[in-house]
Ligand binder design. Structure first.
Ligand SMILES: [Zn+2]
Length: 430
């Protein structure tokens, strides 16, 4: 496979490490992080002691399976019991540079040491010196404003701290300062464009916006198409989580998944057992930051579901890629060892024009899980039409959810009430 990029298209050497080097690098970073956290963070010591594990038993990424997953609810609870940092701070409090707040509240201490690596999520999206960028994330409380601002600066771009809201001022600034880049959510960019058009501007002609970087909300393929084709704005997205400290996966120009950031050890696990899953298998994203030693978070469970692919990327970056955020672990049901995610099922059903509503029933017969898709048709179809739809739905379901649908039940319009859960688990375990 030909590599499209030149060496200066990469932000650092880590992005192009051969897989064996990456494995060694992560194992080494992980042992150091674990050792440091165990020694300096009482909460981490308590977690290890309870699991009967010592830090020297964590030698490889695989060894993380021996430790429990810490979730947002645990952090809130621990910080309440042991304020303010829940026993996860590994340095004297007076050395903390800044503290971010997440809903909960959760206090996240950062000892800012020029975390330049964070910029690679913006570098891969093409931000460079000469770009003038509005950062429309909030500069209050949460890390997005200030961290993304500094990351843009580290790419050489001029960053404008716009924050949220103030639509008219944002539009005026974009026009006056000939803004070339946008950082924020896809929906906010669409709001700005629509508002500019409402007040009589011709967005394509009067504005210089050429690049947009999104996180916080997944970019719908239709919105991406509109931005790229109708407005010639190149789009890139990243996956960011505040508790472990920022963007953990980012798109490259290929836009076929988000490369994992090497400053974190990222696992995809079965949320029930904590066991690591292989490529293509859907599970919860679990993150251990190995480059913020101040904050001894080990195995933070994000609650978000994804899967990863290991195929080489034509951009030349060698890290695996997350395939996107498929939903929340709490909205998924495990069937025959695979997660069926409500949002994924919804995407499949909505891609068929004939279907107005759907519901998935999971049942158990003779020790085997069965999945039935109830599909409500907009109008009565012929037998042949139903046979074709049955076949197409099953193929698409297998392709996207990687599990076979056993039955499809076509029901008349109005059969599935609107407020019904998308997945109903009727299995009994006697
Ligand atoms: Zn790539």
């Amino acid at each position: 496979m030909a590599i499209k990029n030149k060496p200066d298209d990469f932000f650092d050497e880590l992005e192009i490490m051969p897989p064996e080097t990456r494995e060694k690098y992560h194992n080494q970073q992980l042992s150091q992080t674990v050792e440091h956290a165990y020694r300096h963070a009482p909460a981490v010591k308590a977690i290890f002691d309870k699991a009967g594990i010592s830090p020297d038993q964590i030698v490889t990424v695989k060894d993380l399976e021996k430790l429990p997953i810490t979730r947002k609810t645990d952090l809130i609870e621990l910080q309440r019991k042991s304020p303010p940092y829940g026993g996860f701070l590994t340095i004297p409090p007076e050395d903390v540079d800044r503290v971010f707040l997440s809903p909960g509240p959760i206090y996240e201490p950062i000892q800012h040491a020029g975390i330049k690596w964070f910029a690679k999520a913006f570098w891969a999206a093409g931000f460079r010196k000469g770009d003038v960028v509005i950062n429309t994330f909030t500069y209050h409380l949460s890390p997005a404003g200030i961290l993304f601002h500094e990351a843009l600066r580290d790419c050489g771009a001029t960053a404008i701290p716009m924050g949220t809201g103030n639509t008219e001022i944002q539009i005026q600034t974009m026009y006056d300062l000939k803004v070339t880049g946008f950082v924020g959510t896809p929906s906010f960019l669409m709001t700005l464009i629509k508002r500019a058009e409402e007040i009589g501007d011709n967005f394509q002609k009067d504005f210089t916006l050429r690049r947009a970087w999104f996180t916080g909300e997944m970019l719908a393929p239709s919105v991406r198409k509109t931005l790229e084709e109708d407005y010639q704005i190149d789009t890139c997205q990243a996956y960011a989580v505040t508790e472990p400290g920022g963007a953990i996966a980012y798109e490259c120009s290929e836009k076929t998944g988000m490369h994992l950031m090497d400053e974190y050890v990222i696992e995809i696990v079965d949320p029930e057992t904590g066991k690591q899953l292989g490529p293509g298998e859907t599970g919860e994203i679990v993150v251990t930051p190995v480059h913020n030693k101040v904050w001894g978070l080990i195995r933070f469970g994000t609650g978000d579901l994804s899967s990863y692919i290991t195929e080489p990327c034509p951009c030349g970056r060698t890290a695996s890629k997350l395939t996107g955020i498929l939903g929340r672990a709490s909205d998924a049901v495990k069937v025959r060892g695979m997660f069926v995610v409500a949002r994924q099922a919804e995407q499949i059903c909505l891609s068929f024009d004939q279907i107005s509503r759907f519901q998935i029933m999971v049942t158990r017969r003779e020790q085997r899980d069965e999945i039935t898709l109830k599909a409500e048709l907009k109008q009565e179809a012929t037998e042949e039409g139903k046979r074709k739809l049955d076949n197409d739905l099953k193929l698409k379901f297998l392709d996207i959810c990687r599990i076979k649908l056993d039955w499809i039940d076509f029901v008349a319009k109005g059969t599935i009430p609107e407020e019904q859960p998308k997945i109903v688990d009727e299995r009994t375990w006697e």
